[in-house]
Design a protein around this ligand. Structure first.
Ligand SMILES: Nc1ncnc2c1ncn2[C@@H]1O[C@H](COP(=O)(O)OP(=O)(O)O)[C@@H](O)[C@H]1O
Length: 285
């Protein structure tokens, strides 16, 4: 639990703090103008920042954090780190924590900050050894304590808060499927939510798997209606305050998803001031 100790006591010893910086920040130099990044205007015609993106994705269960964070990670060349995935990997490993984790996750509760910090710091350390730089965090921080500790150890440039109607969130969670072989996520729900109480109507086509994944689809044990509702309740209680934490710091970008991926992805890129073709071209050059 050395990594855990390092993460949870960042200010108790200077060397711990230095270790933390090494583990949580892949920074080689500090960006002199953080401001320009958290005003969401990475401009690819200008010189690249001195370090890579350090972004966070927030949002309710089922909103699509994983989908959009993973697309952006491919586009920007930074790792997508989802603490939910780390928890599921630990669960599947049948390690000493797996029994305890299964009980918590399948009830829709949050895993302790200590366990999450341990899993995350290990993941960041492994990434650092592989030469990874920057990150898009998904599903972390999820409590004020997690946000405060992250804030002590590194500089987050931008926090994207994805938002979607709650009835659609539940439908999306219930339609979620994972390929047990390749791990890719799909969604079999065909959503057609009517406009009501001032909320606009919304359609989302299913995200169907290719043929080779179709027979291997599994549903997450925590994607039952009862557990999804509990996860939403827990989100409002524990994670909503994290949105305010970043809003106060001027780092929060609210993004209302207008529909499925075809409508939302270009709008999200626009909101982030990213031009896909330019980034791809600059990566090839
Ligand atoms: N940062 C975190 N803090 C505490 N528990 C977490 C965290 N990230 C993931 N978990 C645990 O893993 C589960 C699955 O997380 P995730 O895949 O992010 O689900 P969701 O679809 O609810 O966003 C959560 O319900 C919770 O039990």
């Amino acid at each position: 639990m050395a990594a855990l100790t390092r993460l949870l006591k960042p200010s108790s010893s200077p060397s711990i703090s230095i270790n933390l910086r090494r583990s949580l920040s892949t920074t080689t130099a500090i960006v002199s103008d953080i401001e320009s990044q958290h005003h969401h205007s990475p401009n690819f015609s200008e010189p690249k920042p001195a370090r890579n993106f350090q972004w966070v994705f927030l949002g309710c269960p089922g909103v699509g954090k994983g989908t959009y964070a993973s697309r952006l990670s491919n586009l920007l060349g930074v790792p997508h780190i989802a603490t939910g995935d780390l928890v599921r990997e630990e669960l599947a490993s049948s390690g000493p924590l797996s029994h305890q984790l299964a009980e918590i996750v399948n009830q829709g509760k949050l895993v302790s900050d200590e366990i999450i910090f341990d899993l995350l710091s290990k993941r960041l350390e492994d990434g650092e050894l592989k030469g990874e730089s920057g990150f898009i965090l998904d599903g972390f921080p999820r409590t004020i304590r997690q946000a405060e500790i992250l804030d002590e150890v590194t500089e987050i440039d931008l926090v994207v808060n994805l938002k979607l109607r709650e009835d659609v969130l539940i439908e999306k969670c219930l339609g979620r499927r994972i390929c047990s072989q390749c791990g890719k996520g799909f969604n079999v729900a065909s959503i057609n939510a009517k406009a009501e109480n001032g909320k606009p109507g919304m359609s989302m086509a299913p995200l169907l798997p290719p043929q080779h994944c179709a027979s291997k689809l599994v549903t997450r044990a925590d994607d039952t209606e009862l557990v999804v509702k509990e996860r939403l309740r827990v989100y409002h209680e524990k994670s909503k305050p994290v949105e305010d934490f970043y809003k106060t710091k001027g780092k929060l970008m609210e993004f209302d998803l207008p529909g499925g991926i075809p409508e939302s992805w270009p709008k999200l890129l626009e909101a982030l001031n990213l031009v896909e073709s330019e980034i791809k071209r600059s990566a090839v050059a």
